[in-house]
Write a protein that binds this ligand. Sequence first.
Ligand SMILES: *[C@@H]1O[C@H](CO)[C@@H](O)[C@H](O)[C@H]1NC(C)=O
Ligand SMILES: *[C@@H]1O[C@H](CO)[C@@H](O)[C@H](O)[C@H]1NC(C)=O
Ligand SMILES: *[C@@H]1O[C@H](CO)[C@@H](O)[C@H](O)[C@H]1NC(C)=O
Length: 528
Amino acid sequence: MASLARLTGAGLVALATLSSATPTPNNAFRPSHDAARRNAYDIFNAIHSAMRQWGSSLNHNGMSSFVVTIPPGVLLHHGTRQPQGPKGPEWLAFEVEHAELLAHPRPAHTPSLLFDQQPEQQQQQPISSQHQPPKPTTDDSHGYLFSYLTTSPIPLLYLDGTSAGSTDMGTLDTQDILLRLSPNSSIWDEYPRAFDLCDIVTPWGLQGILRMEAGFEVIKCDFAQEMEMVSGKGMRRPEVDGGLESEVDVDGGRKGWMFGLVRAVGQRFGGVGAGGVRVDWGSMVSAWFWEGLDLRGSGGLPRLVGVGGKELRAIRGRVEEVVRERTGGKGTGGNNVGAVDWQGVVDMVVSRYADRLRYMAEGVHDAETMRIELNGALNTHIDYSIQDTETRSEAAIDRCSSFYTLAASPQTLEDGLILTAVETVARDICSTLFEARNLFAEDPAANDTSVARAQQIIQQLMNRLKWTKWKKCPACGLDEVCWAPLWPLGDKESHERPNCRNASMIDKECVSRESNAGPIDGNDGFYH
Ligand SMILES: *[C@@H]1O[C@H](CO)[C@@H](O)[C@H](O)[C@H]1NC(C)=O
Ligand SMILES: *[C@@H]1O[C@H](CO)[C@@H](O)[C@H](O)[C@H]1NC(C)=O
Ligand SMILES: *[C@@H]1O[C@H](CO)[C@@H](O)[C@H](O)[C@H]1NC(C)=O
């Protein structure tokens, strides 16, 4: 009894300690530098992958939002079965192949760009909101392609990751759980989702949402705002009498279109190009900035399902606050690109270290080469006027850690958090490399055991960094594309090991997904 009482007492003390650290309504739940340090690698990678198809496909569950602007003169596309242009909310694609996929007749249901069929059981249900897709005004067998040029800067909320992917893997978390506070909505409710998001962001001064699936797309709330239809009308597409499965049509086949889409999207692995989107980096709001959130999902990718209502409302409140600051509450303007080009900073770090880390971890097998590599990476940071080796090494690690952020002067709260994250990552790289260097620098007797040890600590560093650059495809043939899953199209093996695929393999993949378009359970995560 006595020991049980003691145990219970200890339990109570532990509970009291825990609850004093738990945010309470009086104790404002704010972003913190501790969280930015703890989640530094994820924040760093979110910035590296933002507006890039590659990293956003691999790390498909985005936890962050950014205010972005599409400048004037950008061409966007809308595919539909209607001969007249939409009013909105509707979808606009950056890639014309993406829009073409929808520019064909199809039954009235979700506009999900990659699926023409909802699961059977969903098809019977009425759409769970007053928001309905437009009724077809014609049953002709054509689709139409509308192209638009932006005429003024268009401010949008960008949700990172594969946020347009209709999956239950977490791709929709920032939309359904964070912004809509509607965790139970069906993944197929694309119209209600679009209408809700427009109801949310329009009063904040934005014109819609920017998302990504197989290609980047905009949910544009009002098509009459700041865009001009090219040629004043939609372009009629060839006649088809089936969905994506139909292989041959009257004039011009659909066969190979999925391959065409994947090939087009593959050109955007590194970004949409032509200055199509300006990201205001200092407007990043991320669940990674908050302390004490349970963001663990299955398979190593984050989820918002475990985050409480109070915390969700705090994050959502900060998103709104930041957006309103940037837009001044107006629907136009929002041309801010932020004080610091954080992606530029992060790119400098990745480009300097990615290949050499991998080379040292995998390709170097002798002490002499390892010594040359480590000195090559670090020598420039060492001040040889400092005699004491420990002081010299500490000064060098400091210099190395802040080398790419010297010019960064944070203006927003979020700039400061990003700086903390980037310097945390840089410090890990620098101190790990110095640790490896110490095995060789002043030790002429360094041998294969030292090489193995250096490789081990550099490999561990790579496991912490989880850079998506290390998952590139091998060089693909001209009749092939690099296939990394573009959820909801994909398979777990390719997510782990992106590979080259030809048209028949892409067709096979996509048609089998389409005819079996149920929710995908779980995912294989990343470096787990
Ligand atoms: C969502 O569904 C779960 C499980 O059915 C339920 O416990 C929860 O209350 C629902 N949440 C909302 C906001 O409706
Ligand atoms: C390397 O050197 C260490 C220490 O001098 C020694 O214990 C070890 O056996 C050596 N390893 C090899 C592979 O020569
Ligand atoms: C596509 O690739 C698969 C697997 O490598 C191969 O079996 C098939 O013959 C290829 N098809 C064409 C048309 O090249």
